[in-house]
Every structure is written in C-alpha cells, then in structure tokens.
Write a protein that binds this ligand. Structure first.
Ligand code: DAH
Length: 348
C-alpha cells in the first residue's frame, strides 16, 4: 500500500509537471483527486488495512493528496502568469502613439460662396428655386426673347445633347425664370443657384462648366430703383460695406433696360489710383460682377403675365467669378480639378 501510494504520488506530480496548459491540469486533478480519482480511491482502500496501520497510512494518503493539490495550484499559477506574460508581450500597444485621424470632408469653396450669396437674398425675402441642367430651346432661348438667329443659339457656343437636337445643356440659369413664372403668380422673389455650360476651352478664366446665381423679383410696382437697392445691398454684404458699386448700360435680350454692375477694385479703391500692376483689376479699377435689368415685356407675355400690370427685375451673376475675387484666386480651373491640397484650404 505504501509503495503503491508513493508510485501514485510520483506519477501525479510528473503529470502535473508536464502540463502545458491550465485545461490539462484540470484533467490531472480529476484523474487523481476527483470523486473516482486514483488517490481518492486509495482512501477507500484504507478499509482493507489493519486498523493499527490506518492512521499512519491515512496520513500518508492525505499528504500525497495535499502535495498533488499544491503542485496543481502552483502549476496553475505559473501557467496563468506565463499566459499573461505572453499576452502582454504580444498585445502590447503604445498608448503614446498619436491617433490616426480620419480625414474630414467639408463643403467645396464654390458651394461655400454660393451658400453665402443665396443667404443674402434669403435675408431679403427671396426663396430658392432650381431647374434642370438639360434644357430645351424654348426655356433657354425662345421664351427669353432671343432672336431666332441669335449667335448664342449656335452650336459654336452651346452644347447640344445631339446634333440637330432641341435639347441642350443650359447656357445660363435664366430659363428657371421661365419655369418659375409659368408655375406661379406674382408677387415673386426668387434666387436660382446652379451649374451652366458653354462651349469654351478650359483656361484660367474660362470653363465649359461653371456656376451662376440668377435672381428675379416680380410684383405690381417693381422699379429699377428696387433693382439697384437689392443689388447694392447684396454686393456690400459680399465684398464689404464700403464697396463702391456702379451700374453701366448694357444689353440682354430678356431685359430692357439692361445693365451691368461693377464693384470698385477693393485693392485699388483705398488709393483711388489706377495701378496697371494690380493683380485683381489690372489697372481698370472696376470689376464687372453681374448682369441685370428690368424683365422684358416679351418675357412677361411668354409666361402669361400682363406687362401692363406687373413688372420685374432680374439679375445673373457668375459664382466662380465672385469666388475668384473673394479668395484672390488666379486660376478658375482650381475649382474643378478636385485637388485636395487646394480644396483643404477652405474650411467651412
Ligand atoms: N443670363 C445672363 C448670362 O448668362 C446673365 C443675366 C443678365 C441674367 C441679366 C439676368 C439678367 O437675369 O437680367 O450672361
């Protein structure tokens, strides 16, 4: 019995020592110390031993059990410590490393300027309307009082959807005047931001695709004074409260009388002297910023209004040009090349 116990004890300790994982230790514990374990059965074997030898043998059994239990506990701790050390070594993170920033997008500079322009008119009670970029001859030209042989209708200037087609990429936002006026009755105060297209080669000041904001007001007593008041207020909100503004006579088929508005070059204005080296006005001192006029009676008639009862003014401006002036940009193409080194300079 004694020898048997010693053998069991050695065998158990050897198995514990060879365990490489905590789960294996549990199997060893069950095999030796479980309810039917080999050492547990040895206790039962004591019944067959002479009563005088029982205490000494019992003590030996308990000692063997304690030793195996202690070995299992010690091994368990060692294996847990090793597992932890392994994880610490392999899952180490350097909490002092800088985080990885997600690049965050923002509005395009042309959209920022467009929003700013639209906001000024919304502040004066204008609502926003939009129209299709593919238009027909009627909305883009005919209803706007363009002569049948007007050069703008030529394929030289206008991008048609197909040769001989009546469909074209709108050359201005003015056709939205026609769409809104045909759908609604005065009084109207509307601004129309949008993309327009012309058959131009790309260079620092031309692009076949560019942006406009159209605006118009129609009511029973709208005059050229209203036009001037609204546009001067607008230009001073965009370019500064002291900005000089002048109106020059001009011509558009859809307005009569027509005008163009200029702002005084904000770089030259303080000195008042013409500076041919000025990057912005090149010595001209005035910068053309928009076209405008009183809506032509033929246009009012085309949308079913009575020109004897209602009048209106309209204007159109190039968003790209306003952006170029505001940001001091030399090359319009930058707006359309999607180079993030450029675009990232306009945080919203
Ligand atoms: N449609 C003109 C253009 O594209 C701009 C314009 C001028 C619009 C005068 C207007 C206006 O509404 O009254 O050049």
């Amino acid at each position: 019995m004694q020898e048997e116990l010693a053998r069991l004890r050695e065998a158990a300790l050897a198995e514990v020592a060879s365990c490489g994982a905590e789960g294996e230790l549990e199997a060893v514990r069950v095999r030796y110390l479980g309810r039917k374990g080999l050492l547990t059965q040895a206790v039962r074997g004591l019944a067959a031993v002479a009563p005088a030898e029982r205490p000494a043998l019992g003590a030996l059994v308990n000692e063997a059990k304690d030793a195996v239990e202690a070995a299992i506990a010690a091994s368990g701790e060692r294996l847990a410590a090793e597992r932890l050390a392994h994880r610490l070594a392999h899952e180490r993170i350097d909490v002092t490393l800088p985080g990885r920033r997600r690049p965050r997008g923002h509005a395009h500079p042309l959209r920022l300027i467009e929003d700013e322009i639209v906001d000024v008119f919304v502040g004066m009670g204008f609502r926003v309307a939009e129209g299709p970029e593919i238009e027909d001859d009627y909305h883009n030209f005919a209803a706007l009082n363009f002569e049948p042989d007007h050069p703008a209708r030529d394929a030289q200037d206008t991008l048609f959807v197909a040769p001989g087609s009546d469909l074209l990429l709108r050359t201005h936002t003015s056709p939205v005047q026609i769409r809104v006026m045909r759908a609604a009755k005065p009084p109207l105060r509307v601004v129309v931001p949008g993309t327009v297209y012309r058959r131009d080669d790309l260079d620092p000041t031309h692009s076949p695709m560019f942006q406009q904001v159209e605006g118009f007001m129609v009511d029973e007593r709208v005059s050229f004074a209203d036009l001037k008041g609204v546009l001067v207020h607008f230009l001073r909100r965009i370019f500064g409260p002291e900005t000089g503004v002048r109106f020059r006579p001009s011509f558009f088929p859809f307005t009569e009388p027509s005008a163009e508005a200029d702002i005084a070059c904000f770089r030259c204005a303080p000195t008042g002297a013409a500076d041919p080296a000025c990057r912005i006005c090149r010595g001209g001192r005035w910068l053309e910023v928009l076209g405008a006029g009183m809506i032509h009676p033929n246009v009012l008639r085309a949308v079913g209004y009575d020109p004897e009862k209602v009048q209106g003014f309209a204007f159109g401006l190039g968003t790209d040009r306003i952006a170029i002036l505001r940001y001091g940009i030399e090359d319009l193409r930058l707006f359309y090349e999607n180079d993030l080194r450029f675009l990232a300079q306009f945080p919203s």
